[in-house]
Write a protein that binds this ligand. Structure first.
Ligand code: KG4
Ligand code: ZN
Length: 336
């Protein structure tokens, strides 16, 4: 069974072809980083316009790389939300148009479910497991009991982890997206040069908070100009900030495993592409006998392969009578 995945929720225009839910035939991603970089963040109107310009070309490219025609596709899976409304509408309406013209079934996919299931494109993971999604818009911890069965354990009360990377990079004048730049600069810095705070919140809480850390970075940048913070470099700030985020993410994820009595952890979302986080997580999980599953970086950041994967599993687990309903869904209005 061939699934065409379409993703336009944020600043990546992406399409992928997936065979039988796990065999990735193509995964085409056009990023808009060059458009948004000078603004230090995403400009929604520009994102939507860029999706319109690229979407058909990207879908055609994904079909070509997979060596299939649109007629051979069995299911169209498209990100339904959450995301930027103007961007989502481009993917949704393109998918609806294709579904209508070809009379193929179409299914709307939750972007976070896509991130959570991206790991299945790489390796099987036994249910139940703890899943931590760390992206530009979310920092969410779930207990994952099965496909479609997710229990929220904790989430950020303010900024998402990725958002804090982006804001810190903006403060330091490094452009967008901040994560990869902060990671690279942090390699030359001393993580202990400045004492950045960790927001643990109430005892046992699995919620996160990163806004205080962001303020601490602002203070560190300001102080550096004065006498007491002398010698603190941009790289030291990047390293100290990254270390604080990583320590909180890992501690809360492992606490969730402990609280839930689970030994399997999936880390996913754009921030999970961070090499320092990946390495520190493995080091911390090993002595606790917790097995970490982390998708390769290209499957952590936004892509349509994960949307095809989540769409496929949703479709497989839908009761047979829902098949016709899904066909109808292709022409219904989605709430975004
Ligand atoms: O999942 P994603 O591609 O899009 C959303 O759903 O938001 O995540 C994007 C976020 C951005 O905030 C970006 O700065 C962050 O992921 N990110 C990283 C790294 N690569 C991307 N954060 C830290 N280290 C990275 N290497
Ligand atoms: Zn995402």
């Amino acid at each position: 069974m061939l699934t065409l995945g379409i993703e336009t929720s944020c600043d990546e225009t992406a399409a992928a072809v997936l065979e039988d839910g796990v065999n990735l035939r193509s995964n085409v991603i056009a990023s808009q980083h060059d458009i948004h970089s000078k603004y230090g963040g995403i400009v929604p109107e520009l994102a939507g316009r860029s999706h319109i310009d690229k979407i058909h070309f990207i879908i055609r490219e994904a079909l070509q790389q997979a060596e299939v025609s649109l007629d051979e596709i069995d299911l169209i899976a498209v990100t339904q939300g959450p995301g930027l409304v103007g961007s989502l509408l481009v993917g949704l309406n393109t998918a609806k148009g294709l579904a209508y013209a070809t009379q193929k079934p179409m299914i709307g996919v939750n972007h976070l479910e896509g991130h959570l299931l991206a790991i299945f494109l790489q390796e099987p993971v036994e249910f139940p497991f703890v899943g931590l999604i760390v992206s530009g818009g979310h920092t969410d911890l779930y207990r994952v009991n099965g496909f479609g069965d997710y229990q929220l354990l904790g989430r950020s009360r303010d900024d998402a982890a990725g958002e804090s990377f982006d804001k810190v990079a903006k403060m330091l004048g490094w452009g967008y997206p901040g994560g990869p730049i902060v990671e690279a600069r942090a390699r030359e810095g001393d993580a202990n040069a400045y004492a950045f705070p960790r927001a643990w919140l109430e005892k046992g809480s699995l919620d996160f908070s990163f806004s205080g850390l962001k303020t601490a970075v602002r203070t560190a940048i300001a102080k550096r100009g004065g006498s007491n913070g002398k010698g603190l470099s941009d790289a030291d700030i990047a390293a100290g900030f990254q270390d604080a985020v990583v320590e909180v993410l890992i501690t809360k994820a492992l606490t969730a495993c402990e609280q839930q009595g689970l030994k399997r952890l999936v880390l996913t979302g754009g921030v999970a592409a961070n090499g320092y986080l990946r390495q520190r997580l493995r080091e911390a999980a090993q002595p606790r006998n917790i097995t970490c599953h982390v998708p390769k970086p290209i499957l952590c950041t936004d892509n349509a392969a994960m949307i095809a994967c989540a769409g496929y599993f949703r479709f497989q687990h839908a009761p047979p009578e829902a098949f016709e309903l899904l066909r109808l869904d292709a022409h219904a209005n989605f709430t975004v």
